[in-house]
Write a new protein. Structure first.
Length: 114
């Protein structure tokens, strides 16, 4: 397992975060470097180092995490749409070795994204 990350510390309450949604499986908080008017990061409370490792966990865990991402997005009230992004690995610009979804919205998003 990777070393302690900023997300581990946020879950433990050692680093403050602007929490917008929380349930027994996930924690969602505002990104400190937003790339859209609404930019929220959603992490599972059980550590996985990246999206490529999700199959090492149960389907129930993966389902609860994805349901938590959807619940966080619903709570944000992004009626005109939003994007969910998972960055994985160095070339995917994953900067924290802990799976996390970015919910981006609040404006028209461009395509292609990269």
């Amino acid at each position: 397992m990777a070393d302690d990350t900023i997300f581990d510390k946020i879950i433990r309450g050692e680093i403050p975060a602007d929490i917008v949604y929380e349930d027994e499986a996930v924690l969602a908080f505002r990104d400190i470097n937003p790339q859209a008017p609404v930019h929220v990061v959603v992490i599972p409370k059980k550590k996985i180092t990246g999206f490529d490792k999700i199959s090492e966990f149960s389907a129930d865990f993966a389902g609860r995490y994805m349901s938590g991402v959807a619940a966080a997005a619903a709570k944000l009230g992004l009626k005109d749409g939003y994007r969910v992004v998972f960055n994985n690995g160095k070339d995917g610009q994953q900067t924290v070795e802990y799976i996390h979804a970015h919910i981006l919205g609040g404006r028209q998003l461009g395509w292609p994204p990269g």
